[in-house]
Each structure stands twice: as structure tokens, then as C-alpha cells.
Design a protein around this ligand. Structure first.
Ligand code: ADP
Length: 447
């Protein structure tokens, strides 16, 4: 930054130097031109008076060298010239200043010679006898003057250059110095430039936001860590119990300690515990997929009514064991969702509605299709959930009655899967339940 400021100041200094040089030269040149023209006029007048009084004799005593005097007759022929042989000179009648002098008594003209880069000033005055005195002086042009003063200009330039470098270096350090000393830990404690106050204010706000976010992040990380620990403990516990039973029954059978008629019930036990473990492992895998990412799963237009109908079919055998009846109401309703997760939602809700139902109960699945949402509700006539558990049943491994859940093959993960999958679809969940009367869970999918 110091370098950039230094370079900017130097550039400005050079631009100012050259602009000033050009402007001042032009102004001075024009001023001196005017003055020279005026002086030439006075000199012409003096010469005219001298020639009127003395005639040719005037020129004999003349010692002026820096001006040229030409005496011209009424026809434009040169009678005398102080710098050339008049007989060799061409007729001057067409010259602008001569024409003017002939008509009005006095004339002026400026002529420019591009070959020698010089300007010639001419002033002419008519005498009483009709002849004309013309005085001329040569004036250098700006480039010629600059070239002749080149040495001086170069010296001035180097002095200005050295001075600019020195001042630019000091100035850039002075500007950058306070910026380098800004206390970023306490942005508002800095004094110096009012211009950077908005920046310091923003820094202060961002610093506070950052520290809040860090604290939140830490809390979330701690909570996540805690949840992971609890989850691992729960998983191990949930797997350990069926494994123990399987291992126990298998050991008895291996040692021949099971009577022939107990083999079938024992095998049944082993089978059902193994089935529960498989279900648990599948649920854990599903949940961990939901936790990690759903990026690989694709959203597509999916009919919730069709999913409900398929789910009823897949659960009909289980439902018929307790003579539970399914009622499907509503209509086709399409949403943009992940079919695999939507099936999981409907299956878990219907499975719970069957598991926690009473014999001869009903499970009513209703799908309402509105303009901006699809509303899925699963209502049962089962045991219900006491109100103090309503907020917790969506937690992992949370069960109102653990032994009953195990008895009916629950894993404690069904509603967590529902909650996660609903969140991925930006859907809201509503739980209404009355103990011993039944439960209704409603999911509102936005379209
Ligand atoms: P589980 O595999 O044990 O059913 P869930 O996560 O699906 O696990 O449900 C958590 C708990 O919520 C269940 O153990 C049960 O106590 C209660 N629950 C869920 N659905 C119902 C329902 N329809 N009726 C009564 N209780 C329910």
C-alpha cells in the first residue's frame, strides 16, 4: 500500500510539473509577445519620426541591430533595408502590414516560419510623403525557447523529481503508518482517520458476530459430540440385548440342553431377535444417511397417495394379526421429493399406528391436496401418547414404554427418521394424541 500511495503521489507530482511548465510557458510567451509587439509599435513610430525629419541620413547614424527596418515607397518597392541589399528585394505591396499602413496609416502582421520555427512580428507606419517605414523583429516559438533552456529545465525537473520522491516517501509513510497500527482486537478504540470509522464499526460488528458464531459453533459441536456419544451408547446397548438373547438361546441349543419340543419356540426367539437387530441396523443406516447428506438422492415428482396405498399393502399382514383395518382417504397429490424418504415417512407412521393400536382398531390415512401443500395424516385408534412425551418421541431411541416398544418390534428410531426426512422436504409435523384414544400425526409438505 505504501508503494502504491508513493507511486500515486509521484505520478501526480509529474503530471502537475509538466502541466504547470506548459501552462506557464504559454502564458508568459503570450504576455511577452504582446509586450514585444507594443514596443515594436513605439520603435516604428520613433523610426518614422526620425526618417521624416532626416531622410536617408537617419540610417547613417543607426546602430540598432536586433530589429530590421525597411523603407518602402508608395508602390511597394523597397528603398532601403537595414539587413539586406534593397535592390535584390521583391516588391512589398502585397504584404499585409504594408496594405494596412497604406489604407489606415498603421499596420501589423505576424508571420510564422515552420522551417526555422520562428515568428516574425511586423509593424508598418505611413509617412507624410506616402512612403512606409516597416520595422520587424524575430521571435522564437515555445519549442525553440524550451529547447534553448533545455539544461535549465532538466535541472529544475531533477530538483522537482528529488523533492517529489522525498515528499512522496514521507507522505506515504505518514498515511500508512496509522493504518498499520490499527488495533483490530478493539476496532473502536482506534483514533486517527474519521474516514475509516465506518470500516472500524463494521469490523467491530463482524468481530462480535464472529465471536457469537464461534460460541454457537462450539455449543453445537459440544451438543453434537454429546449426541454422538449418547447415540453410540444407545446403539451398543440396543444391539447388546438381542445379541445376548440370541447367544444364550444358541448356547443352550448347542449344549443339547433344549428339549425337542422347545426347539421351535427357541428358534422363533432367535429369529425374532435377529429380525429386530436387522431392523435396528437398517434404521441406524438410514439415519446416518440422513445425517451425512442427501445430496446423492434425487428429488422427483412423487405421488404421496400412491405411496400410502403401497404401504397399506406391505403392512396388511401385520395389521390383520390384530384385526386392524386400514382406511385410505383423499386423492392423488404430487410433491417434489425424494421417493425413498417419503416412503420411509409413510411406512414409519403407518407401522407405529399398527404397532401401538388396539385389537380391532383402525388406521386412517388421509391425503389432502391443496394449492400450495400436500397434507398427509395418519390417525390410529390405539394407546395414544401421554402429553408429557409429545415433545420427546421424535428423539432417537426415545420410547414411552420401552418394553412395549420392544415387544412390538420397535427400535426407537422410526419417528427420528420421520422428523429428519420431513425437514429435508421443509415439511411441518403436527402430533395430536390422547391417551387410550389414539394418535394423529400430520405432515404438511409445501409444494
Ligand atoms: P419405535 O420403534 O419404538 O416405535 P418410534 O421412534 O417410531 O420408535 O416412536 C417412538 C415412541 O413413540 C414409541 O416407542 C412409542 O412409545 C411412541 N409412539 C410412536 N407412535 C405412536 C403411536 N401411533 N401411538 C402411540 N405411541 C406411539
Amino acid at each position: 500500500m505504501t508503494r502504491r500511495i508513493f507511486r500515486s503521489i509521484c505520478t501526480v507530482a509529474f503530471v502537475v510539473f509538466f502541466t504547470t511548465l506548459i501552462l506557464v510557458s504559454t502564458i508568459l510567451y503570450s504576455h511577452f509577445s504582446d509586450t514585444q509587439q507594443k514596443q515594436l509599435k513605439i520603435q516604428t513610430n520613433l523610426v518614422a519620426q526620425g526618417v521624416s525629419a532626416l531622410g536617408n541620413e537617419y540610417f547613417n547614424e543607426l546602430t540598432i541591430d536586433d530589429i530590421r527596418i525597411t523603407w518602402i515607397d508608395q508602390n511597394g518597392d523597397v528603398m532601403l533595408d537595414t539587413k539586406a541589399q534593397h535592390t535584390n528585394m521583391e516588391n512589398h505591396i502585397e504584404r499585409e502590414e504594408v496594405q494596412e499602413a497604406l489604407s489606415s496609416g498603421y499596420g501589423e502582421a505576424v508571420r510564422y516560419s515552420s522551417t526555422i520555427m520562428e515568428r516574425s512580428l511586423y509593424t508598418a507606419q505611413k509617412l507624410n510623403d506616402g512612403t512606409i517605414i516597416r520595422v520587424s523583429a524575430v521571435q522564437s516559438t515555445i519549442p525553440v525557447i524550451l529547447a534553448s533552456e533545455f539544461k535549465l529545465i532538466i535541472i529544475t525537473f531533477f530538483i522537482a523529481f528529488a523533492l517529489s520522491m522525498f515528499l512522496a516517501s514521507r507522505l506515504s509513510k505518514k498515511i500508512v503508518g496509522p493504518l498499520n497500527e490499527i488495533n483490530l482486537d478493539e476496532p473502536l478504540s482506534n483514533e486517527g482517520y474519521d474516514e475509516i470509522l465506518p470500516l472500524l464499526n463494521r469490523l467491530d460488528i463482524q468481530k462480535k458476530q464472529l465471536s457469537n458464531q464461534t460460541a454457537e459453533l462450539k455449543q453445537t459441536r459440544d451438543e453434537g459430540e454429546q449426541m454422538r456419544r449418547e447415540f453410540t451408547a444407545n446403539v451398543s446397548h440396543e444391539l447388546k440385548t438381542p445379541l445376548h438373547s440370541i447367544s444364550g438361546y444358541a448356547e443352550l441349543m448347542k449344549n443339547g440342553m433344549v428339549r425337542q419340543e422347545d426347539i421351535i419356540p427357541f428358534s422363533d426367539k432367535i429369529y425374532s431377535e435377529a429380525q429386530r437387530m436387522i431392523k435396528l441396523v437398517i434404521d441406524i443406516i438410514n439415519l446416518s444417511h440422513l445425517d451425512e447428506n442427501t445430496g446423492e438422492m434425487e428429488f422427483e415428482t412423487t405421488d404421496i397417495f400412491a405411496i400410502a396405498s403401497e404401504t397399506i399393502n406391505s403392512l396388511s399382514k401385520e395389521a390383520s394379526l390384530n384385526n386392524i383395518r386400514f382406511i385410505l382417504k383423499g386423492e392423488t397429490s404430487y410433491i417434489n421429493g425424494i421417493p425413498q424418504l417419503l416412503k420411509g415417512i409413510v411406512l414409519n407412521l403407518c407401522d407405529n399406528a399398527v404397532k401401538y393400536n388396539k385389537p380391532d382398531g383402525t388406521v386412517t390415512i388421509e391425503i389432502k391436496d391443496t394449492e400450495d401443500s400436500c397434507i398427509l395424516s395418519v390417525a390410529d385408534t390405539g394407546i395414544g401418547i401421554p402429553s408429557e412425551h409429545h415433545n420427546r418421541v421424535f428423539e432417537r431411541f426415545y420410547r414411552v414404554d420401552k418394553s412395549h416398544s420392544k415387544e412390538v418390534g420397535g427400535t426407537g428410531l422410526g419417528l427420528s427418521i420421520v422428523k429428519h426426512s420431513a425437514r429435508i422436504h421443509n415439511a411441518d409435523i403436527k402430533l395430536e394424541s390422547i391417551e387410550n384414544k389414539g394418535t394423529t400425526i400430520t405432515i404438511i409438505f409445501p409444494k
